[in-house]
Design a protein around this ligand. Structure first.
Ligand code: ADP
Ligand code: MG
Ligand code: MG
Length: 251
């Protein structure tokens, strides 16, 4: 088992030192084998939390720690955090001209392996074919430039393709359900559910219970005002759907 620990995390935007803290004391422990969901109003720091865990240099940790198996990762750059098992599926995946989807995924896999032990090309291509079929993606999407001209739904599906190919220990997924129709949502959820197992954990940001009907979380957190104000089981998400966030955290 591996454990991702967020301890009293305080975060500021590096470029705006006078801006108040965005995260002001987040505590979270995620073990492999578990799926956690984070819900909460817009602008409350959910994306900031995932970006900071992944090591986006725009954010500065002013207090607290992020650890994998008890070892702080705060001083590691993004690529080393990826090698340590972290993966971020983004809310707005970027487009890269000149690099095909297949090339990008292969580079991402090999960057996580020892330099003298790249994934054999045939194993890679077979896995890619199989995974794209699972996600009902047309085969030509492998040879198109990364995310260029992909629809919103195709980009999200592509994030799940990367996830399944890279096989990280900890997948941070930011609104992978936004803008998806019901069929795409079902496929994206299928991909995440196939990843579930004792060597995999996920922290899923979502606004909608709808996603959690398909990916049933073990733990649900509510974030408001830069920290987690409530934690519960899947029933918490159902309750939020009825009551909204307004009354929470005011007791
Ligand atoms: P959420 O994902 O919960 O909607 P975010 O983490 O995206 O919230 O944002 C939290 C707050 O921090 C917002 O007020 C947002 O405008 C601000 N913020 C986040 N990142 C930046 C940034 N790079 N520059 C300036 N403000 C930022
Ligand atoms: Mg948002
Ligand atoms: Mg966000």
């Amino acid at each position: 088992m591996q454990t991702l620990t967020i301890e009293d995390l305080h975060v500021k935007i590096k470029a705006e030192p006078k801006h108040p803290e965005i995260l002001n004391g987040v505590n979270l422990t995620i073990n492999t084998g578990e799926v956690h969901a984070i819900m909460g109003p817009n602008g409350t720091g959910k994306s900031t939390l995932e970006e900071t865990i992944m090591g986006n240099p725009a954010y500065e940790v002013t207090q607290g720690d992020i650890q994998i198996d008890g070892q702080s990762i705060l001083n590691l750059p993004v690529d080393e955090r990826a090698r340590a098992g972290l993966f971020l599926g983004m809310q707005y995946p970027s487009e890269i001209a000149g690099v095909t989807n297949a090339e990008f995924i292969r580079a991402a896999i090999n960057a996580r392996r020892p330099e003298d032990d790249p994934m054999p090309i045939m194993s890679f291509l077979n896995a890619l074919d199989e995974t794209m079929a699972t996600l009902e993606m047309p085969t030509d999407m492998a040879d198109r430039y990364l995310n260029q001209g992909f629809s919103g739904g195709e980009k999200k599906r592509n994030e799940i393709l990367q996830l399944m190919m890279i096989q990280p220990s900890f997948a941070l997924l930011d609104e992978i359900d936004s803008g998806l129709d019901i069929d795409a949502l079902r496929i994206v959820a299928k991909g995440v559910n196939l990843m579930r197992g004792e060597n995999f954990a996920s922290l899923i940001i979502t606004h909608y219970q709808r996603l959690l009907d398909y990916i049933v979380p073990d733990v649900v957190h509510v974030m408001k005002g830069g920290h987690i104000i409530e934690t519960g089981g899947p029933e918490l998400a159902l309750e939020l759907e009825k009551t909204g966030y307004e009354h929470l955290g005011e007791a």
